[in-house]
Write a new protein. Structure first.
Lengths: 288, 265
């Protein structure tokens, strides 16, 4: 298509994307705007949302140590999940990439397929495994460690989050490893490099962008996960997501819930959008 | 090619065991004859599966989920095909912004979408409406369909379309006879991925479903927070089984690793 035929067809992109655009304006942009407004509205314990303009919800969140404790807990749980995903998912992706033909795709599927099973099912499976009489505690007892309370503690939440997030780490690392020619490793070994040097000088630089984008994805998703902390953390172990859930559906303090939800959105967007910036930086350093 | 050492294979075995453990355990516990959550070491029983089918709320929410996911995936594909054509084929101002908006449900946490849409529904009194719930699901699953279709279009050999055009085929004919059939794998894969993601969606739905429109994952979440009996394991086992069936089908059709790896970037 040349420019002459393009010019009178300005309406074509709009016509093609119009229906999707309209739906997303109505169901994404408008609700987010309404929620931003809601977070500045007054809340009365008996009369509910009253309108007006106030920073009360934000002041309440920022001024109360109770909320800071929940933010802090959510932060370190998400961070620990991310670190564990790097330590498990990185090596696993590398091992997968070194497997032979049929096994490689079989095990890649085994690692990725849980992605398609409902997160509620996976959380329930972990509650069976980590419960007071679960298989893990039976194994601990048999080993002489004794029973450990894991359910409704950060242990269960982190274990289940790692299980849910691991595919999001394996996929980008796997993708960056696909671009690595195995002959480069062989050449380095033939030239006298030790496996340690090959790992540090060839493999790690190749997978760093993958590890980085996987980490940001895992951190953002973990920080906003609801079903896992809801089912495995219980009421006592509140995280930001379960706090928002309670404010909306139990306390009915929607302005407060909206303020926390917006804070979560801003943190998430900052983390996710920095992916591109960081990745571009990483590539530029390697190319330059 | 290098081989994995014994240490690497041991690590790999542990990771695979870790990934499969929670799925295997629910399938085992589902067959318990006991009243408590336990692994049936001796005899097995189907009583908890019978309990699932006799639980009218669960059955109802299964049908709700099936209807919502089928319609949402179909509408998402119908919206994504023209949008993908615009994004992959045309250069226009705001193209990046359009792509960013249509992909935003992957970046905006479903939790935030859930409370935001709840506010909209409360203001327009749309709670309890299946149509509005389905519309929210369309938003959440459109990115999956769109991404596979943009990938299908960018990977397509334009020479075939140009050949048809130079032989006198009109724009509509080229689209119907060439472009659409070549997009078909992307469309099928996108539909299935959209369907699965809608069927599994819990975080947003938990805020915007009402007693009449509760979907299966939300119902299961509510059951799991109230009381836990082996019936939960039986529903979970059924879902694992259904998912496995869909995956085998999808793998035959399209190559599951391609869909999964391609869809998460």
């Amino acid at each position: 298509m040349n420019d002459a035929s393009n010019a009178p067809r300005r309406w074509v992109p709009l016509a093609l994307s119009g229906p999707a655009l309209a739906l997303f304006a109505l169901m994404v942009l408008l609700p987010l705007g309404l929620t931003a407004l809601l977070s500045f509205q007054q809340f009365h314990p008996e009369r509910g949302v009253e309108g007006g303009f106030t920073l009360a919800a934000y002041a309440q969140v920022l001024g109360d140590a109770y909320y800071w404790e929940i933010f802090g807990r959510t932060g370190w749980v998400a961070l620990l999940t991310t670190v564990l995903c790097v330590l498990i998912g990185g090596p696993e992706a590398y091992i997968l990439s070194r497997m032979r033909r049929p096994w490689r795709s079989v095990f890649l599927l085994v690692i990725l397929a849980p992605l398609l099973v409902s997160v509620v099912v996976r959380a329930f499976g972990w509650s069976l495994l980590l419960g007071p009489n679960g298989l893990v505690n039976q194994a601990f007892e048999w080993l002489g460690i004794g029973r450990v309370r894991m359910l409704y503690t950060p242990i269960a939440v982190v274990v289940a989050l790692v299980h849910v997030m691991l595919p999001f780490m394996v996929i980008p690392v796997w993708t960056s490893l696909q671009k690595l020619d195995p002959m480069v490793e062989n050449a380095a070994l033939a030239a006298g490099a030790t496996p340690g040097i090959v790992m540090r000088r060839i493999v790690l630089p190749q997978v760093t962008p993958g590890l980085l984008s996987g980490s940001l994805m895992v951190f953002a998703l973990s920080a906003s996960a609801l079903a896992i902390p809801g089912l495995l953390g219980g009421r006592r172990l509140k995280m930001v997501a379960t706090l928002i859930y309670d404010e909306y559906l139990h306390e009915l303090n929607w302005p407060l819930g909206a303020a926390i939800a917006l804070a979560l959105l801003v943190v998430n967007l900052a983390v996710m959008l920095s992916t591109n910036a960081l990745l571009e930086g990483a590539y530029r350093r390697r190319m330059g | 090619m290098q081989r994995n050492g014994p240490l690497a294979l041991a690590f790999h075995t542990l990771v695979v065991g870790f990934m499969l453990a929670p799925l295997v355990i629910v399938c085992l516990v589902a067959f318990t004859p006991a009243n408590t959550l336990s692994i049936p070491w001796g005899e097995v029983s189907l009583r908890w599966f019978r309990a699932v089918f006799e639980h009218s709320d669960l059955v109802q929410s299964f049908w709700n989920s099936l209807a919502v996911a089928t319609i949402a995936a179909t509408v998402a594909v119908a919206l994504a095909v023209p949008a993908a054509l615009a994004i992959a084929r045309l250069r226009f101002r705001g193209r990046q912004a359009l792509n960013g908006l249509l992909m935003s449900p992957l970046i905006v946490p479903h939790l935030v979408l859930g409370v935001a849409i709840l506010r909209l529904f409360a203001l327009i009194d749309a709670r309890g409406s299946s149509a509005w719930l389905t519309a929210a699901h369309v938003v959440v699953v459109t990115p999956y369909a769109l991404r596979l279709m943009v990938a299908a279009l960018t990977g397509m050999d334009r020479a075939i379309e140009q050949a048809a055009q130079s032989l006198g085929a009109g724009t509509a004919t080229v689209f119907r006879r060439i472009t659409l059939p070549l997009m078909l794998p992307g469309i099928t894969g996108g539909w299935v991925l959209a369907f699965i993601n809608s069927f599994d969606e819990v975080t947003m739905s938990i805020f915007i479903t009402s007693p009449q429109t509760v979907t299966l994952p939300v119902r299961m979440y509510m059951l799991a927070t109230e009381s836990i009996d082996p019936m939960m394991a039986a529903v979970s086992a059924l879902i694992v089984g259904l998912t496995a069936l869909v995956m085998v089908g999808l793998d035959r059709l399209y190559g599951l690793d391609k869909i999964l790896v391609g869809s998460s970037q």
